[in-house]
Design a protein around this ligand. Structure first.
Ligand SMILES: Cc1ncc(COP(=O)(O)O)c(C=O)c1O
Length: 413
């Protein structure tokens, strides 16, 4: 996305001095490339977009219009999917907390509901017993060891026989079928080896549990790296696989098992992989100071906008200089770019190695994952989100700037 200081200034005049810019075209490209990488090996692959990573409705609508599933982990996200026109049959309902009523409604409406724990099996038993004429279908989330240091809290522990128990109880019901297996295992390395291992494991489990009939789906979850700037990549210790490498670790195993293209649907559930490079965050430089040896530039943003989940990496950032004002006050490198909160740790970028002045814009890249959904209302309302088409030089408001009234509207004053 080509932008200039002039573009940012024009957007500032219309929308205020900090904003996200979303590139829907980039999202469509990522979606197509990621899915195509898997389909090249295993054509019966579909993508469920992880809403929680970034649930800007426009992105979710794009997923639906491109044929993808809505992968939701809460009733709030389920409601959003319905509201934007996703049919229940195109919703995958995951997550550790599904309330009886929500789980029942989703199952009865034909959504894919992947159960996470025995309490949810009990909810399905209650539903099946209450509606004996109704055919019920569910999926089960599996928890197995792929050699990671952390013990995941999600899904049924395969080694301890919990998955087995769930299977037995559900198949003992005359009107209930388990139609697929799901796993999502997040690891720090996000390595292709870990995807090869989880795929092998979930295929072994389907072999064991689906002897008489084929499962409808095998869902290997998300957790893949997305596209990054070289600068950001260089701050990671390990290798960052690309889409094709992930696909090559997973999909040929299904192809080998089901060579004639009549195998189960392979579902992938990326969030980060397709959305991380789809947003930028722009914040105007409004203050400069030097305190002893430290040079500081204040921007209209905070660490909560750019690193809401916490990371010590310096995200890729570019400063767009205010060329129109040569007389502006400025600081020479290195400069810490700090935010509006009253917290000492609110540093959006440490040791920026260039010149920076009042009226410049700091633009952060790779802002698509978790930024919009994770930011707390501390202590400034959320900035607007704008879609900008650099070719047509057209902008559209996607989310308006939040007001103090929005923030306090749920309190009883
Ligand atoms: C069940 C499930 N699927 C998919 C995802 C997406 O993960 P990511 O954004 O890392 O691809 C998550 C995220 O935690 C998840 O819990």
């Amino acid at each position: 996305m080509a932008i200039s200081w002039q573009t940012l200034h024009k957007l500032e005049k219309e929308y205020g001095d900090s904003f996200f810019i979303v590139d829907i075209g980039q999202f469509q490209t990522n979606y197509k490339e990621f899915l195509q990488a898997f389909r090249a090996f295993y054509p019966h692959t579909n993508l469920g977009y992880s809403y929680k990573t970034n649930y800007i409705p426009k992105l979710c609508q794009t997923v639906h219009s491109m044929g993808g599933y809505a992968e939701v982990v809460s009733q709030m996200e389920y409601d959003l999917a319905i509201r934007i026109g996703v049919p229940p049959t195109r919703i995958i309902f995951n997550g550790p907390l599904k309330q009886q009523e929500d789980l029942e409604n989703a199952i009865l409406a034909g959504s894919t509901v992947n159960l996470d724990c025995l309490e949810e099996v009990e909810m399905v038993e209650a539903l099946a017993n209450r509606l004996p004429e109704h055919k019920i279908a569910v999926g089960l989330r599996c928890n197995f060891d792929i050699g990671t240091s952390r013990i995941s809290r999600f899904g049924f522990d395969v080694a301890a026989g919990e998955l087995d128990k769930a299977f037995q109880r559900l198949t003992a019901l005359n009107n209930c079928a388990v139609e697929g297996l799901h796993c999502h295992i997040s690891t720090a390395e996000r390595s292709t080896e870990s995807y090869a291992r989880r795929t092998q494991k979930i295929i072994e489990l389907t072999d064991y549990y689906f002897k008489e009939r084929q499962p409808r789906f095998i869902d290997i979850g998300g957790g893949f790296y997305g596209k990054m700037t070289e600068d950001l990549k260089s701050q990671f210790n390990g290798y960052i696989p690309n889409y094709q490498e992930y696909a090559a670790a997973v999909a040929p195993q299904l192809k080998a098992k089901y060579p004639d293209n009549s195998g189960p649907e392979l579902i992938i559930e990326p969030g980060v992989a397709v959305v991380s490079d789809v947003l930028k965050f722009a914040a105007k430089v409004v203050g400069l100071k030097t305190v002893r040896s430290r040079q500081i530039a204040l921007v209209v943003g905070s660490i909560h906008n750019v690193k809401p989940t916490g990371t010590d990496k310096n995200l890729s950032m570019r400063v767009y200089r205010n060329d129109e004002n040569n007389g502006q006050r400025k600081l020479a490198a290195p400069v810490d770019i700090v935010g509006y909160t009253c917290m000492e740790h609110d540093c959006l970028y440490k040791d920026y190695p260039g010149e920076i002045g009042i009226g410049d814009y700091a633009v952060f890249e790779n802002m698509g994952a978790y930024t919009v959904v994770f930011k707390p209302p501390f202590i400034r309302p959320n900035p607007p989100i704008i879609s900008y088409d650099p070719l047509l030089n057209e902008d559209t408001l996607i989310r308006r700037r939040e007001t103090s009234q929005d923030v306090f509207s749920t309190y009883i004053l």
